[in-house]
Structures are given as C-alpha cells and as structure tokens.
Write a protein that binds this ligand. Structure first.
Ligand code: C2E
Ligand code: CA
Ligand code: CA
Ligand code: CA
Length: 279
C-alpha cells in the first residue's frame, strides 16, 4: 500500500509539473500574442424595442496562430494571474474606440454604441482615467458612444475611488453598465450612489425564462429597480423568442443574445444594417 501511495504521489507530481509547464507556455504565448496583435474584438449585437440594432458589446478573441480563434475562457484566467489582463483590456479599448471612430464617419452607423468589459484591477489602476481619455482623444471616438461594463464586486471594492473615476469619465460623456447584474451583492445603497447608466440582467436569470418563477420574479424586480433609478436595463443571453416575449412583457426593451446574433467580426455586424439584410 505504501508503494502504491508513493507511485500515486509521483504521478500527481508529474501531473502538477505538466500543468505548471502548460501554464507557463500559455503565459509566454499570450505575451507573444500581444506583441503580434493577435488579440482582436468580436462584436455582439444589442437590439432595441423593434429589434433594430442599437450597438454592440466588444468581446475579446485571440486569433491564435495554431489553435484558431479562442474565446476568453481559454486564456483569461492565465492572463489575469500573470498580470497581463490590463494589457489585453487596453488593446480592446483602443480597438473599440477605433471602431467607434470609423462608424462615426458613416451616417447609418454613427449612432451605434460599443460596450467594453473591464477586468477587476483596471478601474483602480493609477492612470486609468487618463488612459481612457487619451485613447478617446487619439482615436477621435465620441465618448458618448462608449459604455464601460463593470461588475458589482469591482464597484464595491473601493466605492469612493470608483465614484471619483466614474464621475471623471462621465463628465466626458462615457457611460457605465453593471454587468452580470443580480449575481453579486446587489445593495440598493451602492446603486443609488454610483453614477450608473445601465443594468445588464445576468444570463443565468434569462436562461431560466419563461418557466422558472423565481427567475421571473428576479428579472421583474431588476427591471423595476432600473426604472425607479432611471437606468436602462438590457437582458443578455437571450436565446429564444419565448424569453424575448417574457422580457418584453416585463418591460425590458433591450436585448443581447444568440437569438439575434453571436459575437462576430465587425463586418458581419455591419451587414445587419445593410438594406439587403431586411428588417
Ligand atoms: P460577459 O461580459 O458576461 O459576456 C457575455 C458572454 O456570453 C460572452 O462570452 C458571449 O459570447 C456569451 N453570450 C452572449 N449571448 C449568449 C447567448 O445567447 N447564450 C449563451 N450561452 N452565451 C451568450 P465570451 O465572449 O466567451 O466572454 C466570456 C466572458 O469573458 C465575458 O462575459 C467577460 O466577462 C469576459 N470578457 C470578454 N471580453 C473581455 C474583455 O475584453 N476584457 C475583459 N476584462 N473581459 C472580457
Ligand atoms: Ca459583459
Ligand atoms: Ca455579462
Ligand atoms: Ca461575466
């Protein structure tokens, strides 16, 4: 039994070693990918009441030379623990602002907004406000078309700093959304104090519609909350007509989800607006 235990220990060690090696290789790959501009954005459509395009969420993708297009699940954890997420987010912000500037030159696209995700450390990083302002100025993007998505835990980790930084950017016209709303601490106090513009109903609630009564009640509460705080409310992860109908009947008029579009390169999204697409 002792020998067996030892063998198992050795096996475990080898496994652990292999996983450490894989992780280090992944980190090296991410750095190389950053240097070669392999991180790009895919855009997922956001639709309004009459199912017209109002904007999109920018979602990072890694165009890996061997493994193809990778979603964040394949690299975000490694990037975060290696302290590389800030560089990825900066690149995403720049690409999003360049996209907004390009759209602003085309009348039929000029009104679209872009939502950008921030990782936990970003908002609190020294120089964050200045960096956003610089990127806006350098690209010529209209700040009012940019929305930054933050999670509840990010907002709550240091509220006074969060408020100060958000206000500084809001003064320029940038807007803020709470991502994955309903899955965090959801204190009414913080909602009242922060300069927020939009709540994003988390997909876990949307997925359970229309049959799950608890989720329906939570969704209705979030919608009522948004209304009383004069915030927009958008549902993400909408996959079926039944879900859309339920949300519409509950008073939510903005949607994002596979029912309408997957995250795609910008040209695919732009085609949704071309006359040939047909409304
Ligand atoms: P998220 O911000 O909650 O983004 C929504 C995720 O749900 C996206 O996954 C999107 O592709 C997926 N999704 C959208 N509609 C549907 C639907 O109808 N059904 C289902 N099942 N899924 C749907 P994705 O692109 O893999 O991104 C995963 C997460 O990675 C994001 O969740 C966000 O937290 C993070 N992320 C993505 N891009 C960035 C980025 O540029 N910076 C940072 N810091 N995080 C990012
Ligand atoms: Ca998001
Ligand atoms: Ca989300
Ligand atoms: Ca999320």
């Amino acid at each position: 039994a002792k020998a067996e235990g030892k063998r198992r220990l050795c096996f475990f060690d080898t496994e652990m070693q292999a996983s450490v090696t894989r992780r280090l290789q992944l980190e090296k790959d991410i750095i190389r990918g950053l240097e070669r501009g392999e991180f790009v954005i895919y855009l997922q459509a956001q639709l309004g009441e009459h199912q017209g395009l109002i904007g999109a969420e920018a979602l990072v993708r890694w165009q890996h030379p061997e493994r193809g297009v990778l979603a964040p699940g394949a690299f975000i954890e490694a990037a975060e623990s290696a302290g590389l997420m800030g560089r990825i987010d900066s690149g995403v912000l720049r690409l999003a602002c360049e996209q907004l500037a390009a759209w602003s030159r085309q009348p039929e696209l000029a009104g679209l907004t872009l939502s950008v995700n921030l990782s936990a450390a970003e908002l609190y990083r020294a120089g964050f406000v200045e960096e956003v302002q610089d990127v806006l100025a350098q690209t010529g993007a209209n700040p009012a078309r940019l929305k930054l998505e933050l999670t509840e835990s990010m907002l709550l980790s240091d509220m006074p700093i969060a408020i100060a930084r958000m206000r500084a950017l809001k003064d320029r016209g940038v807007r803020f959304a709470v991502d994955d709303f309903g899955t965090g601490y959801s204190s009414l106090l913080y909602l009242q104090q922060l300069p927020l513009d939009q709540l994003k109903i988390d997909q876990s609630f949307v997925r359970a519609l229309p049959d799950d009564n608890n989720s329906l009640e939570i969704v209705r509460t979030i919608i009522a909350l948004a209304r009383s705080l004069r915030m927009e409310v958008i549902a993400e992860g909408v996959e079926t007509q039944a879900q859309r109908q339920t949300l519409l009947a509950s008073g939510c008029h903005l949607y994002q989800g596979y029912l309408f579009a997957r995250p795609e390169p910008a040209q695919v999204l732009e085609r949704m607006l071309s006359p040939a697409h047909g409304q």
